[in-house]
Design a binder for this molecule. Structure first.
Ligand SMILES: [Zn+2]
Length: 460
């Protein structure tokens, strides 16, 4: 008698390539048995016609952007809740240079929250800079860099999975600072994740070369964040719709011999704060214009920018989140997903406003569903097994999670049961609709417990 049995699902294991209809028995927190024979369970989920995969692992989220008044740490409650409903069982926050801090105290507080999925964190370089009193434009001197490295080592010892950088958000970060923190990462056998310094076609090769160099010089493992959002178009800037920069930089990455992976979110729209340094340079070299910016928060949410609105919000006391539509050519997203070192990372942050509305980019609620729907089923860029590998095994290996991302006996019972024929992202741009759960996710199991069951009548 097992605690939970999933009966007759098509079991996909991205490590062994196993793809067959089986019964899966869960005991406690582990996958106990994969069997062709019927199994008895205290709880039985009918799996016929459905796919059972390892639970999805999202290596790029932003739990750090949560707004939770009255608490010293910002808990990723909404981000985790939305992630669960789209099949994620583990997410990694603290990306792009910003994290909760101190890491040990944060993880302790998070433990007491009983979040529905596993929430891991990086420690952010920009956060460490703030601890030392450096703003985003300041260059750290040698003693400040040494102090930063000590803080980073302490955070890694306290449980951070690695160090994140937001080089575009903190342009004062020097190459020497990057190298010092990469050394900390290498010494502790962790990895560094980088939101790279530039995101215009003219500087794509240069910006990737900087992070490859840091990985090569220090021997640290690297995760390039939202690769296609920084690297797209052509090096000569002439063609706005080619895969040129992706092809060139992928070759540099593969030929470097360094331990480098990358994540890509399945949307052509990115989002950030309108006051951030991203917009310091103006728009000439970008793929979009000021009128492509849609406001995602504040009293004018839903409106598109004009130059006047942009200028006033840039200097407003409150930050406004904006979505930049049509910013990433779809051909480049497709080219990136074809690369073996690329996995999915949503770049999600979902939060609750003071008056109870959910705010964020729809990628926070729909990324794996959108990926399986659009890039696997509709466009056939990847086979279902390759798609599952990018959602599970590749991020598990980067995070050093040996018992996750594998659907085998003895592994963690983190699982996603879904219908590959109907899985559909339903989240949209705007308040509350950004958090809509996808169709086609039948059940999500976290640590051996059924943590979510799709409630849509169309899913039953
Ligand atoms: Zn970023």
């Amino acid at each position: 008698m097992f605690d939970v049995v999933i009966a007759g699902a098509r079991v996909l294991d991205p490590e062994t390539g196993r793809d067959e209809s089986l019964n899966v028995g869960i005991a406690g927190t582990a996958i106990a048995v994969l069997s062709a024979s019927p199994l008895q369970g205290a709880r039985v989920l009918e799996g016929s016609g459905l796919v059972l995969a390892p639970g999805f692992i999202d290596i790029h989220t932003h739990e750090d952007l949560q707004e939770t008044p009255g608490r010293s740490f910002e808990m990723p409650r909404e981000t985790a809740a939305c992630a669960l409903r789209t099949g994620n069982t583990t997410i990694l926050g603290g990306n792009c240079g910003g994290s909760n801090y101190p890491v040990g105290k944060y993880l302790e507080a998070q433990n007491a929250e009983h979040l529905p999925i596993n929430c891991l964190t990086l420690v952010g370089n920009s956060t460490l800079r703030k601890v030392l009193g450096l703003d985003e434009y300041a260059t750290a001197g040698p003693s400040q860099i040494a102090a930063m490295k000590d803080l980073a080592c302490a955070a890694l010892d306290e449980g951070a999975q690695g160090i994140s950088f937001g080089l575009q958000y903190a342009p004062g970060t020097s190459f020497a600072e990057l190298l010092a923190l990469c050394e900390a990462v290498r010494e502790k056998d962790k990895f560094f994740a980088v939101h790279m310094r530039y995101d215009t076609p003219l500087r794509a090769v240069e910006t990737v070369e900087e992070v490859i160099s840091a990985a090569l010089i220090t021997g640290a493992a690297l995760q390039i964040s939202h690769y296609a959002a920084n690297v797209y178009g052509h090096a000569d800037g002439a063609a706005k719709n080619g895969g040129g920069n992706i092809d060139i930089t992928a070759r540099l990455i593969e030929e470097s011999g360094a331990d480098i992976r990358a994540d890509v979110y399945p949307y052509d729209t990115w989002a950030t704060g309108i006051r951030s340094a991203v917009f310091d340079q103006g728009f000439e070299d970008f793929n979009f214009n000021v009128t492509d910016l849609e406001l995602l928060s504040g009293p004018l949410a839903g409106r598109y920018c004009t130059q006047e609105l942009f200028d006033s919000l840039r200097h407003a006391p409150q930050e406004t989140a904006v979505a930049c539509h049509n910013a990433i050519p779809m051909k480049d997203i497709e080219a990136a997903y074809r690369l073996p070192f690329v996995c999915l990372g949503s770049d999600a942050s979902m939060s609750l406003s003071a008056d109870g509305h959910r705010k964020g980019h729809p990628r926070g609620a729909g990324s794996p569903a959108r990926f399986l729907q659009e890039f696997v089923r509709e466009k056939k860029i990847l086979s279902l097994m390759e798609g599952i590998r990018k959602l599970t095994l590749i991020p598990a290996r980067r995070l050093g999670l040996g018992r996750k991302g594998r659907l085998q006996e003895g592994m963690d019972a983190d699982l996603c049961l879904f219908d590959p024929g109907t899985i559909t992202d339903r989240a949209a741009y705007g308040m509350d609709v950004c958090a809509l759960a996808p169709a086609g996710i039948r059940a999500v199991i976290v640590g051996g417990k059924v943590a979510y069951e799709g409630s849509d009548p169309a899913d039953r």
